[in-house]
Ligand binder design. Structure first.
Ligand code: SAM
Length: 474
């Protein structure tokens, strides 16, 4: 058994990225507001939180199809059936205290799980999915014991530094324990098949973090979505009959939410530049019974045409074609959780702001006067968030910042020269959970206390890192 299962490493970053982020979180304005010690503590807490999964699973419900209470009841029944066979069949599903279409489920973990000598190593992306309740799909497996057979009980680890090669038999790099499972395949089925390997490779029986699997559960009524992403749909505030543009839409979680809030009445145009991902938008819309969504594969930078008379079925569109525009921008994704290791260079992280600005120009042109533009990212940098807002307000005098409803996150971070009033209009989700305990300054790990605050208190804080700004075009 590992000595203390509540200890988990902080996210591993390239040194240049670590220093860049540390400077962001202790910029002059932050230091003036909270001081060096507190700024450093917040930064370390953020690094710890990023490697842990959020302690709450958030499910968005199709309240245009059934009332929340009915969906809650049906979900509880489905999950009880899923758990049949195990001793504990109690399932907690709670409505969110402020958001009318959200249900919350606590994640149990980290639990004390005994590590075994048989080790399976999976890729970092697969490892993150396992920490959020998934089983191990065979393509994610990198290494197994030499003679692993179907039915063997194994311990599963994530390759922290992305150094393990596929088929490795004796890997000694940095790994993190994810729990125990039963192999569904022989080693040869995974690495020696002529065909690409498919399906579940390890069925997790004792995951470190226990969360229900939503695979095939109430497909038209529930959709797994991070809480801040659901907040975006409400902040955009679409109304039945409107024409809405979602510029970077795949896989379509927010598109479908927008259509659901409109009760399926009106038109939601969803664009994404990657063809395969556009198919995912269509599949999600179909599963959620939403037929007012029109999805196209298109580069949104070019989505505006100069001819005001031309309004064809698909993109490009004439200026001022939409009542509301969502720019959920491509970003460095540094708020995603759990993320135990980010291998990105600083150059890659810094490539996003110019792209976001190009998309922003198109967004403003396509929005009608009086219309609403929401800009969001799932990252924590200043350059992709508050600095973009400051730039937008300078560049487009027709735009003003608007209050957001609901506003359950923190305000914007100082450092981009925005006034305190403007920062208060922004919404930043930054998981610096104050109940996480530091184990020491030079130590790279953190400790979770044995008892945590109640779910209702944690729901709005224990989220992915996220940013939302709402503008009105005058
Ligand atoms: N809004 C999505 C949701 O909630 O499911 C997530 C969007 S993700 C943050 C950003 C998306 O932008 C990616 O799917 C990416 O393919 C797309 N993208 C990047 N550059 C684009 C462009 N120039 N035009 C359209 N889509 C783009």
């Amino acid at each position: 058994m590992s000595e203390d299962m509540s200890i988990f490493p902080r996210i591993a970053l390239k040194p240049e990225v670590h220093d860049y982020l540390r400077n962001v979180f202790s910029n002059k304005e932050v230091l003036a507001a909270v001081g060096q010690g507190e700024a450093e503590k917040r930064f370390q807490r953020l690094l710890s939180c990023l490697s842990h999964p959020p302690a709450i699973t958030c499910v968005r419900t199709s309240t245009h199809l059934a009332p929340l209470e009915e969906i809650q009841h049906r979900l509880e029944e489905e999950l009880k059936q899923q758990k049949c066979g195990s001793e504990d069949v109690s399932v907690t599903v709670l409505p969110h205290p402020h958001i009318p279409d959200v249900l919350l489920l606590p994640v149990m973990g980290p639990r004390p799980v005994v590590q075994l000598s048989a080790e399976v190593i999976v890729g970092a992306q697969c490892g993150s999915a396992v920490l959020r309740g998934a089983h191990v799909f065979a393509p994610g497996i990198l290494a197994t014991p030499k003679f692993m057979k179907k039915g063997d009980l194994v311990s599963v680890f994530s390759d922290l530094e992305r150094k393990c090669t596929r088929g490795n038999k004796d890997f000694h790099g940095k790994i993190v324990f994810l729990g125990n499972g039963v192999s569904e395949m022989d080693r040869a089925d995974i690495f020696c098949s002529d065909q690409p390997v498919k399906g579940v490779g390890i069925w997790m029986v004792e995951p470190l973090y226990q969360s229900p699997s939503f695979d095939g559960i109430l497909p038209s009524l529930v959709f797994l979505q991070n809480l801040p992403s659901v907040v975006v749909g409400h902040v955009l505030g679409p109304r039945p009959g409107e024409r809405i543009l979602d510029m970077c839409a795949a896989p379509g979680g927010k598109t479908c939410h927008i259509a659901s809030l409109m009760g399926g009445q009106g038109e939601v145009v969803a664009l994404d530049k990657i063809k395969g991902k556009v198919e995912r938008i269509r599949q999600n819309a179909k599963a959620l019974l939403l037929d007012c969504i029109k999805a196209y594969c298109f580069n949104s930078i070019k989505a505006v045409c100069s001819d005001r008379g031309q309004d064809t079925e698909g993109p490009p569109y004439p200026p001022e074609s939409f009542d509301r525009v969502l720019l959920d921008a491509p970003c460095s994704g540094l708020g995603q959780r759990p993320n135990m290791a980010c291998t990105w260079s600083l150059k890659e992280i810094c490539s996003y702001p110019p792209l976001q600005r190009k998309l922003f120009h198109t967004a403003v042109r396509l929005l009608r006067p009086g219309g609403v533009l929401v800009y969001s990212t799932c990252t924590v940098t200043l350059s992709e968030n508050e600095e973009q807002v400051a730039w937008a307000l300078d560049t487009f005098p027709c735009l003003s910042l608007e209050p957001q409803e609901p506003h359950i996150g923190a305000e914007g971070m100082p450092g981009a020269g925005l006034s305190p009033e403007k920062l208060r209009l922004l919404q930043r989700f930054s998981p610096e959970l104050d109940w996480v305990q530091e184990t020491g300054e030079d130590d790279s790990s953190t400790k979770l206390p044995e008892s945590l605050p109640p779910l209702s208190q944690r729901a709005n804080k224990d989220t992915i890192g996220f940013f939302i700004a709402k503008f009105l075009k005058r």
